[in-house]
Design a protein around this ligand. Structure first.
Ligand SMILES: Nc1nc2c(ncn2[C@@H]2O[C@H](COP(=O)(O)OP(=O)(O)OP(=O)(O)O)[C@@H](O)[C@H]2O)c(=O)[nH]1
Ligand SMILES: [Mg+2]
Length: 417
């Protein structure tokens, strides 16, 4: 655990004072400022005034003759101010993680806040579900469950109705080692005693924002005035604390740089080794290449030798004979092909001839039939014609016969007369 800021001061000659830092974090508008206002007995404000940077208030808590100076730091929940928070979490005694029970997203983000705090400081964390006077989106058992799992203290409260605010605050600070109570059974009495003795009165509101806190020679608070010496002390001690934090951060940075240099040296050494290994590898590859070229040359020579031997072995006469044989074969094949072609053509001509003959025969048949028909018609016509002529001629002849007969009779009659 990082050393806690726990200065032993002296308020008067007889009482020693211990300082304790408490900080409230959580999403914007969850009610951090409203809770702190209730702790210090300020009235509840319905209007949302967005916090900017960091505000603080302090109070001397008296308990069994011991004075504890409690500083309460109120952080702004807006994301853009998150970067300011770590230096206030460092060396803090208690961190209140506030969510809004009527807004699920603020509870969903609590785990991020827990991790955020844990990455900076190992400290007491109090999970606080505010706005229980409103309709819930987060049930109490969900908060309890998360607190149990993560080892946090857990309270629900309402800054509006003031329910549970003081109990939550005094229960949390009762766990601080500065009160020297280790017996759990005694804690309940202690909380009661603390509440009775201190209540919410006596808190002094600082309201110093980040800009002022970061300046070591800051002489004013946000109200633009430093009236009492206590307030001056407060501001000075805060400035010293901040300077210390800054120095510590610088030391950490230097240590980190040292580490980086060592790491760089190591990495240069490693690179050296790698380069040496690479050079060795290149050398062995070059040797391999020379061997390969040598081998390749030998193979080439052997191959050329074999080729030459093969050329010598080749007989030109036998090649000519082979060509003659092939020519003969080609001729035979040509003849065979010609014969096949001729046979096929003859067959085809026969078929075509037969078809023509068939067609001509059919044609002649048809012509003959037609001619017979025409002749019959002509014959009939002629018959009819001659019959007509004949019958007229017959009538004419009969007429002529009759006439002749008549004439003959007349002649005969006259002869008688
Ligand atoms: N109903 C109800 N409203 C509350 C309660 N606590 C705070 N509020 C209101 O919630 C709003 C935000 O409250 P603040 O206390 O300013 O919230 P905050 O967490 O300080 O917000 P930031 O400073 O922006 O991070 C204000 O309008 C308050 O009046 C509560 O318990 N019940
Ligand atoms: Mg606020």
């Amino acid at each position: 655990m990082v050393e806690q800021e726990s200065h032993e001061d002296s308020v008067d000659n007889s009482i020693s004072v211990t300082r304790q830092k408490i900080i409230f974090v959580g999403d914007a508008a969850t009610g951090k400022t409203s809770i702190i206002n209730r702790i210090i007995d300020n009235p509840f404000n319905d209007i949302y005034e967005v916090s900017i940077g960091i505000d603080f208030m302090s109070k001397n808590i008296r308990f069994r003759g011991q004075n504890t100076k409690i500083q309460i730091w109120d952080s702004a929940g807006q994301e853009k101010y998150k970067g300011l928070i770590p230096s206030y979490i460092r060396n803090s005694s208690i961190v209140f993680l506030v969510y809004d029970v009527s807004k699920r997203s603020s509870f969903d983000n609590i785990m991020n806040w827990i991790n955020f705090v844990r990455n900076i400081e190992k400290t007491i964390m109090v999970l606080c579900g505010n706005k229980i006077d409103l309709n819930r989106e987060v049930e109490k058992n969900e908060g309890e469950e998360l607190a149990r799992k993560e080892g946090l203290l857990f309270f629900e409260c309402s800054a509006k109705t003031n329910e549970n605010i003081k109990l939550m605050f005094y229960s949390a600070i009762a766990g601080l080692p500065s009160f020297g109570v280790t017996d759990e059974s005694e804690k309940e009495n202690m909380i009661k005693e603390l509440m009775e003795e201190n209540g919410g009165e006596g808190f002094r509101q600082g309201g110093v924002n980040q800009d002022l806190v970061n300046k070591p020679d800051a002489k004013i608070n946000v109200n633009g005035e430093i009236s009492d010496s206590n307030q001056k002390d407060e501001l000075a001690s805060k400035n010293i604390a901040n300077l210390k934090t800054q120095i510590n951060e610088k030391i950490l940075l230097l240590k980190k740089k040292d580490k980086d240099i060592i790491n760089l040296q190591i990495s240069i050494k490693n690179k050296d080794i790698i380069i040496k290994e690479k050079l060795l590898k290149i050398k062995s590859l070059e040797e391999e290449k020379t061997n390969y070229l040598k081998e390749n040359n030998e193979i080439k020579q052997r191959y050329e030798l074999i080729l030459k031997k093969l050329e010598d072995k080749l007989n030109i006469n036998s090649a000519e004979e082979m060509i003659f044989e092939y020519e003969k074969k080609i001729l035979l094949l040509k003849q065979q092909l010609k014969k096949n072609y001729e046979d096929e053509m003859t067959k085809k001509i026969e078929v075509i001839k037969h078809q023509y003959e068939e067609n001509i025969f059919q044609l002649l048949n048809n012509i003959e039939k037609n001619l017979i028909k025409i002749a019959e018609i002509k014959l009939k016509d002629l018959k009819d014609k001659y019959n007509n002529i004949y019958s007229t001629k017959e009538v004419e002849l009969n007429q002529k016969c009759n006439d002749i007969t008549k004439i003959n009779r007349n002649k005969i009659g006259r002869a008688h007369v």
